[in-house]
Design a protein around this ligand. Sequence first.
Ligand SMILES: [Zn+2]
Ligand SMILES: [Zn+2]
Length: 223
Amino acid sequence: MKILFLGTGAADFPEDPQGVVGFRRTASALINDDLLIDPGPWVLDAIKEFNVDISKIKYIINTHNHSDHFCESTLSYLCTQGAEFIKTEDEGTISFGEYEIEILKGNHTISVSHFIIKNNGSCLFYGLDGAWLQYKEIESIWKNKPDLGVFDATLGFISQDYRLFEHNNLNMVIEMKKSIGKDIKKYVISHMAYTLHTDHSTLSKEMEKHDIITAYDGMIIEF
Ligand SMILES: [Zn+2]
Ligand SMILES: [Zn+2]
């Protein structure tokens, strides 16, 4: 499988990103050129920036309808270009094309779907948005042993904050990684709020100490 991070930011995106240190587009990802996770407000900008062939996007799924993950006009436009919107609100397993997706519920302010995506023998866990994994999620991770896990890292290193009940801080991600261990082969963080994080190079150096990859807009990982 291949993942292209179209955006790695959170809901605090600035009106005008010009000159904003650590600016990241809202979090969305493209799997294998044909499966889009979250038709957010910056997806079309990212598609242009990273030379994505829009005609190859066949399927769109959505984690939840917060405005940084779901934008009606982005969705409508992509559907006019041939993509199909597949509903992923309910827990359970769905299959389409060469994908099998288990939908799990995350820990967030509104109902959010996290995904275990299987395709051609590889497996991805995609867990944005959310704070600390729910027990059903860890059970599925133990069972499926994903090759890659994408974790919410909205809050940087802040602590003593009410948002810890809807998003992770970095110490939570580090602790989950220590506890999950090799049941996920590679760990990646995304959904970084620019108001709560440093620039990419400082953050990625810090996370390298924990063997965690810091995603950036345009990053591609094959696994
Ligand atoms: Zn979000
Ligand atoms: Zn959200």
